[in-house]
Design a protein around this ligand. Structure first.
Ligand SMILES: C[S@@+](CC[C@H](N)C(=O)[O-])C[C@H]1O[C@@H](n2cnc3c(N)ncnc32)[C@H](O)[C@@H]1O
Length: 273
């Protein structure tokens, strides 16, 4: 019963946030919401969800803080390196036959995924034929992504990822170290458009050959996952490629019949219509 009341309080909080601020978290996964709300309650030093509600509804800066808590931005260069290795092997040969390639990174966070793809395309001599759209609902991470500046001490791990991913050069060739930061070469973003886009409330804005929406839908409930896949599907051309995260799947959605998984392990799908 106590848990049920807590769930009702969370629903009321999310409904209020939607009505007051227009942010729609109503169909995010409950388990993840509960963790983030608990974390925000501790930070705001309130003991109850209704106490948090009072803050969030009346203090926009508390709403901003909760928004950042709910926008889980963990990411890295060549995250899941085997994904990039498989992408190189199974997708690039197809893309090489296209005169022009449009790619959308939906939920790109601070941009590490986008720069990784740019490096891979550059090494395969495909970058100049590409236009990459990098979007996220969180304006702050988009700003960071545009800058292309990352912590230098993470480069050791990223170099390892890059090599497992089949990197063909020295990873350090792509950035310049400056004090504690690594600034990535501006040439990597010359064909990238960074923009704010919310997968819940915004519509399709172009047609793409490749869409990557990785480790985003994991935070959504089943019905929102279906809606977002529908949006991605509407934005993907026939025989286009859809990439989702390791822990995500199209298997339990109505789209499993129109998408073919191109690899036994990596969640790389081709639209078959
Ligand atoms: C865990 S990160 C994944 C980043 C990157 N794709 C990766 O796999 O490393 C999830 C990102 O999804 C974004 N996100 C969450 N809900 C979103 C929505 N409704 N529309 C667009 N982006 C969203 C978050 O802001 C966050 O940057």
């Amino acid at each position: 019963m106590k848990e049920e009341i807590k769930n009702i309080e969370i629903q009321l909080l999310l409904e209020g946030i939607y009505r007051i601020y227009g942010y729609d978290f109503r169909n995010y996964s409950l388990a993840s919401l509960k963790r983030r709300i608990k974390q925000r309650m501790a930070a705001e030093k309130v003991d109850t969800i209704s106490g948090l509600q009072e803050r969030i509804f009346h203090q926009p800066e508390s709403m901003q803080a909760l928004f950042y808590d709910l926008s889980i931005n963990v990411t890295e260069f060549f995250r899941n390196p085997n994904f990039y290795k498989t992408f190189r092997k199974k997708v690039l040969p197809v893309l090489k036959t296209y005169p022009f390639i449009r790619i959308w990174h939906a939920g790109c966070s601070t941009g590490e995924e986008v720069y990784s793809m740019a490096i891979l395309l550059e090494e395969e001599k495909l970058y100049d034929r590409c236009k990459i759209y990098a979007t996220d609902m969180n304006e702050m991470v988009i700003k960071q992504a545009k800058q292309g500046i990352f912590k230098l001490d993470a480069m050791k791990k990223y170099t390892r990822n890059y090599l497992i991913a089949g990197g063909k050069d020295e990873f350090s060739k792509y950035y310049t170290a400056h004090y504690h930061n690594a600034k990535f070469n501006s040439s990597l973003k010359k064909n990238v458009v960074f923009a704010q886009h919310n997968l819940v409330s915004d519509s399709s804005f172009n047609e793409f050959n490749v869409i990557l929406c990785m480790n985003v839908m994991i935070y959504f409930n089943k019905s929102l996952q279906e809606n977002v896949i529908d949006l991605l599907d509407n934005s993907l051309c026939n025989f286009g490629i859809l990439c989702i995260g390791e822990k995500e799947s199209l298997n339990f959605t109505s789209f499993k019949y129109i998408y073919k998984q191109l690899d036994d392990h990596q969640k790389i799908y081709q639209k078959m219509t």
